[in-house]
Write a protein that binds this ligand. Structure first.
Ligand code: A3P
Length: 310
């Protein structure tokens, strides 16, 4: 690993702060529930000013963020496997708003150590994205995943992420998702917010299901949006390197480097299934009907072509 790109002793700092780690409460920021540490540092997050060359990858949690980060890193480095294994995902592509108890470095701490162009991850809904991204006309890739699979993935993640609020039972979690009470708020508002602004703000809006169906096609779309032109062979290589099975075994992309006081992969691995349609293994027919009726109400004003199967 390139020394310069190591997190400032991230794991050491987490280990030092291990006794203070727990399922942190959330505090609302402009109507959006965020971890207390993020909310308490909100002014510095919102004041962050990117360089025009910086790229933002935005998603509702569990929509395919890590997948998009890996694709972008490989595209930017012409498919060079070694370079793309220089550091774990959150070091190569820092998480804008993330804050932990000190002395654990924040996303902003990490960004300060890097030169633009940087690839920055966020889960912030569009109205909370620091305005500098829009003023500087930064490119933004938004990945969206159908609500039902997104919910199932988030349910498993909130069990293994030991600093997120307790997920409770499946039934409870199901309702919290529909009510927008999970960390980073409403899935519905999130996907709608970026959808409505995608043309005005030149946002590349892509779908998890499209990436599963035809990863090559979506990788080419991302490449073109970034203004890159890679050879067919390199594109094929990137398709392979960013397949679920390869990423699952890649310690620089599967989040196994994060200390167990934060992510406990024995509860549920970060790279869990990576499928479209897994929701059908969790939703009862009654839940599916209730969810669909509520979905129709919450999504009435837009026509976003989500697919719950491919
Ligand atoms: P599942 O829990 O359904 O398996 P995020 O990176 O936004 O946290 O999203 C994580 C989800 O994306 C997980 O979904 C994970 O398995 C899936 N994922 C990550 N990389 C993937 C890939 N290369 N192909 C398919 N799914 C992937």
């Amino acid at each position: 690993m390139d020394k310069k790109e190591e997190p400032e002793g991230f794991n050491e700092a987490v280990n030092k702060a291990a006794s203070t780690m727990h399922r942190f409460p959330m505090i609302e920021v402009q109507g959006v529930p965020l971890r207390n540490w993020i909310a308490q540092n909100w002014s510095s997050v919102s004041a962050f000013c990117p360089d025009p060359s910086d790229l933002l990858i935005s998603t509702y949690p569990k929509a395919g963020t890590t997948w998009a980060q890996e694709i972008v890193d490989l595209l930017l480095h012409n498919g060079d496997t070694e370079i793309c294994k220089r550091a774990p995902t959150p070091v190569r592509s820092p998480f804008l708003e993330i804050h932990y108890p000190p002395p654990i470095p924040s996303g902003l701490d990490l960004l300060k150590t890097m030169q633009p162009p940087r690839v920055i991850k966020t889960h912030l809904p569009i109205h909370l994205v620091p305005k500098g991204f829009w003023e500087n006309k930064c490119k933004v890739i938004y990945v969206a995943r159908n609500a039902k699979d997104n919910l199932v993935s988030y349910y498993h993640f909130d069990q293994m992420n030991l600093i997120h609020p307790e997920p409770g039972s499946w039934e409870e979690y199901f309702h919290k998702f529909m009510e927008g009470k999970l960390h980073w708020g409403s899935w519905y508002d999130h996907v709608k917010g970026y959808w409505k602004e995608r043309e005005e703000r030149n946002i590349l809006y892509i779908f998890f299901e499209d990436m599963k169906e035809n990863p090559r096609r979506e990788i080419v779309r991302i490449m073109q949006y970034l203004g890159l032109l890679l050879s067919d062979d390199i594109i094929d290589k990137i398709v392979e390197l960013t397949s679920f099975n390869v990423m699952k075994e890649n310690p620089m992309a599967n989040y196994t480097s994060i200390p167990k006081v934060i992510f406990d992969h024995s509860v549920s691995p970060f790279m869990r299934k990576g499928e479209v349609g897994d929701w059908a293994n969790y939703f009862t027919p009654a839940q599916s009907q209730m969810f669909d009726e509520d979905y129709a109400r919450q999504m009435a004003e837009v026509d976003i072509p989500f697919r719950t199967s491919i």
